[in-house]
Ligand binder design. Structure first.
Ligand code: ZN
Length: 429
């Protein structure tokens, strides 16, 4: 998408502007990871003074700074409405702590932020300069993801099959040959007659771990079948659908180190629609940008994007779906509807399961709008329109960012494996 994203920037100059020297050996990540193992610890940590120098150092010392047009900012807030306001301004919110919001803004959003009266400070050494994301080559690309799910569904052909559930935006334009793939897993008996569950990874392209966890789940279910009695029971008694990569067009940019959240729908000066603001339940409300320049751009209309259409059509036509999970990063959270309103969801069982997911993962469980208002999100659509209980997991902490080294995937999988199996079980309860 953006043509200027990967222009190398003089790292030394950036450091000088920051008024400090870079410390390549400074390694805050391990501390952050350790401290964020439980939601309770994370909260204490975020409130501690030590947190702020940690994230600032981690931002400038661990990463290559480049001219991207994006600027990392820290915005102080007094109440939850102001956080929603920030999302509506088009700020790319990375993390909400009890006192401030951390995230990224482009030139247009920065101008809106300046006009908003909210107090903020720059974390980027200068406007328009931010870090280049790393793409650890051990992560799956679109192609290696596809090769993997081809191979594993062929190997376990009695249990699994591979389905093309739709085209990406670039494919609809003849610009690339990317499809949205779903792996179907079910053991003995007619799958459609069993309670179903849908897992979705990678609404947001740069959230690399969110492709890996669904892939791990696919392998676990298939390779443990017939060996692990509990997994065998789940595979035999449930209809399991797993979409590891919903946003392949965007992911291709992330594979080059791009800080890409949205799809790549070409819209002029700024490209891309935020797929997780484009769903058609309460689309067009708060916490979604009306301008393509925003990182939370909602699209021209509800379901304007082929990627969200694919999920809509798939979920609408599989009437046995009883549960869903969408993986995002980062923030160590378990979220559930509603996103579009602060009104409490009237679904005690859904909340109870969400709280259990919080206990199992160590992440903080809450209704999505407790964080900030966001409309047009997948969970609201799945639950609001189709009555499918829907959860979002935000994996990782600030120290992990969107691009942790691949070795961290094992930790995330440890945190999420039990929760995924629990949710598959709950689909039938
Ligand atoms: Zn996300």
């Amino acid at each position: 998408m953006s043509k200027t994203r990967f222009r190398p920037f003089a790292l030394a100059t950036a450091a000088l502007l920051m008024g400090c020297s870079l410390q390549p050996n400074f390694a805050p990540r391990a501390n952050v990871a350790l401290q964020s193992q439980s939601a309770a610890n994370q909260k204490v940590f975020e409130q501690s003074a030590a947190f702020e120098p940690t994230y600032q150092n981690s931002f400038i010392s661990k990463r290559q700074l480049i001219k991207t047009g994006q600027t990392v900012v820290k915005v102080s807030y007094a109440n939850n409405d102001q956080v929603s306001q920030l999302s509506g301004l088009g700020m790319d919110i990375w993390m909400v702590t009890p006192r401030y919001v951390l995230g990224e803004v482009n030139e247009d959003v920065l101008a809106r932020l300046r006009g908003s009266r909210l107090a903020f400070e720059l974390i980027s050494p200068e406007v328009g300069v931010t870090s280049r994301n790393e793409f650890d080559p051990k992560y799956h690309t679109y192609e290696t993801m596809l090769a993997d799910i081809h191979a594993v569904t062929a190997k376990f052909g009695n249990l699994a099959s591979l389905h093309d559930i739709g085209d990406t935006w670039e494919k609809t334009q003849g610009k690339a040959n990317h499809d949205i793939w779903a792996v179907h897993i079910s053991g003995q008996g007619a799958a459609e007659a069993k309670p179903g569950i849908l897992f979705i990874g990678n609404h947001h392209a740069r959230e690399l771990v969110t492709v890996e966890i669904p892939l791990q789940l696919i392998h676990l279910l298939l390779e443990s079948y017939g060996k692990d009695p509990e997994i065998t029971r789940l595979v035999d008694s449930r209809d399991i659908w797993i979409v590891p990569m919903l946003n392949p067009d965007g992911h291709k940019l992330a594979e080059q180190g791009g800080d890409q959240r949205k799809n790549t729908h070409e819209l002029g000066r700024y490209d891309g629609v935020d797929l997780n603001r484009n769903y058609g339940f309460q689309w067009g409300g708060g916490g979604a940008d009306t301008s393509p320049s925003g990182e939370t751009y909602r699209g021209e209309k509800a379901f304007s994007e082929p990627e969200t259409q694919a999920i809509r059509d798939f979920a609408s036509s599989h009437k046995n779906l009883k549960m869903s999970m969408s993986y995002h990063s980062f923030s160590n959270l378990i979220l559930w509807p509603w996103g579009y309103t602060k009104q409490r969801i009237n679904a005690p069982k859904l909340v109870e399961i969400g709280n259990t997911l919080g206990k199992m993962t160590g992440y903080k469980p809450e209704q999505a709008s407790d964080l900030y208002i966001c409309s047009g999100v997948s969970d609201d659509f799945l639950f609001g329109s189709l009555n499918i209980p829907a959860y979002t997991t935000e994996m990782g902490s600030w120290g992990d960012g969107f691009d942790p080294p691949f070795s961290k995937v094992a930790d995330f999988w440890n945190e999420n494996r039990g929760a995924a199996l629990y949710l598959i079980d709950q689909a039938g309860k």
